[in-house]
Design a protein around this ligand. Structure first.
Ligand SMILES: [Mg+2]
Length: 428
């Protein structure tokens, strides 16, 4: 059977790089695009110079300024990013018909069946050299035509391709052909594993764990002794998902909900209550089916019908509405869409497992541990009195606010009020 191949193209520090491209005098300086510190702003992108200070995207701007007082903070210029994004996507479409844009600066390419077209001979070294040439040429063309650098990863699954694209950033090219995937993943430094933050990484390193394979080769009981439930969850992760994937191309089941507004909504204050309600709905349906999901996906469509998705994989699965909402909000904030009119928004949870198989929460706060009890009560009230009987405070905001600070009107009764009247979508 011929191998399937995917490429993942991810622009390096995209927003920040565009700013430096348009203002070359900023080259080499710590530059970040983000919201103002006083307004709960977060960093959307940081130049590599800024990253040496520890500044990274999704970090609160106030914290970024503490780490790097000389940080050059710029507001986003979404129209300009969109313009370059379209140019980049066009280059990708020239190379391969199956391009799936994942956000302004990231896309997945399905290269299956394209080997001969690109002069790749898979009979020689599994196509490693040929695909590397292809990826380098693609990167080169993007740089020549836009002045921006992309990192390109290529692999047998979308997931391997994505990890590969992240492996040698910036301006990296990493190709993992058939038969190389397992070793590549086993070789990943523990910091690259999903959900392993700096603290957990330090604990792991102190115990001599450097790479994913070090975890994979350690007995479960020992990992549990060292790290408690987190140790067991890490083993599950490196064995079942990150190290090979038994069914790499199996379509995952997902539970999602989206809503289209009659009038575009602008700003976090308008969107947050809607995300809250969508999350409540998705969480409730997960719990009804005794499912929990690890991957939270946010979908957003702008006025021009451009649709973008952002996803985040968590270490442990959830069916908790607040957790789904918080992840969705984080994804939304990182997109920096404060000023962009939004036509549609949706939340989907995938990477599903049955609730009883779920490992304990790795880094749960007390509030999160209490949550299952609260969720059960909410479910019981919904079952008894219908789905409008009870909404959490944040969800109620949507009907309590008539006018957002940006002037978008939310009518409580009319269409587009954030009511969940869109079709329910459960995909297989
Ligand atoms: Mg990027």
């Amino acid at each position: 059977m011929r191998a399937r191949y995917f490429a993942h193209v991810d622009m390096d520090a995209f927003y920040a790089s565009v700013e430096v491209l348009d203002r070359p005098e900023l080259s080499g300086l710590p530059v970040a695009v983000g919201g103002k510190p006083g307004e709960r702003g977060v960093i959307a992108a940081a130049s590599y110079a800024a990253r040496t200070f520890g500044v990274h995207s999704a970090m609160p701007t106030a914290q970024a300024l503490r780490l790097c007082p000389e940080l050059i903070l710029l507001p986003g210029r979404m129209a300009r990013y969109q313009e370059l994004s379209e140019q980049i996507m066009q280059i990708l479409r020239d190379q391969c018909p199956a391009v799936e844009p994942l956000s302004l600066d990231e896309a997945s390419l399905d290269l299956s069946g394209c080997a001969r077209l690109h002069g790749v001979d898979e009979a020689v070294d599994g196509g490693h050299k040929g695909w590397t040439r292809f990826a380098q040429a693609l990167q080169h063309r993007i740089h020549t035509e836009t002045g921006l650098w992309a990192s390109v990863g290529l692999g047998e699954t979308r997931r391997i391709a994505k990890i590969a694209s992240d492996h040698r950033k910036p301006a990296g090219v990493v190709v993992v052909v058939r038969g190389e995937g397992r070793d590549f993943l086993a070789d990943l430094p523990i910091e690259k594993l999903r959900g392993v933050g700096p603290k957990m990484a330090e604990r792991l390193r102190r115990q001599g764990f450097r790479r994913a394979r070090d975890i994979a080769s350690t007995p479960r009981t020992q990992l549990q002794q060292l790290f408690g439930k987190a140790g067991s969850a890490l083993l599950d992760m490196v064995e079942a998902r990150d190290l090979g994937g038994v069914h790499p191309d199996r379509r995952e089941k997902s539970v999602g909900r989206e809503t289209t507004f009659a009038r575009d909504l602008v700003g976090m204050a308008a969107l947050e209550p809607v995300l809250s309600r969508l999350s409540e709905n998705v969480a409730r349906r997960l719990r009804k089916r005794s499912l929990q999901g690890r991957v939270i996906q946010l979908k957003i469509r702008d006025r021009g019908f451009h649709t973008f998705t952002r996803r985040h994989s968590m270490t442990t699965p959830t069916d908790s509405a607040p957790r789904i909402r918080d992840e969705a909000l984080r994804l939304l904030r990182a997109m920096q869409w404060e000023q962009v009119p939004v036509r549609l928004i949706g939340v989907t949870v995938s990477g599903l497992t049955e609730s009883r198989a779920v490992q304990g929460e790795l880094f749960a706060t007390d509030e999160e541990r209490r949550q299952p009890g609260i969720d059960r009560i909410v479910d019981a009230i919904h079952d008894r009195f219908g789905s409008n009987a009870f909404l959490r405070g944040r969800s109620l905001l949507a009907t309590g606010v008539d006018r957002t600070p940006w002037g978008a009107t939310l009518s409580p009764s009319g269409p587009g009020s954030g009511r969940l009247d869109s079709s329910e979508r459960i995909s297989q």
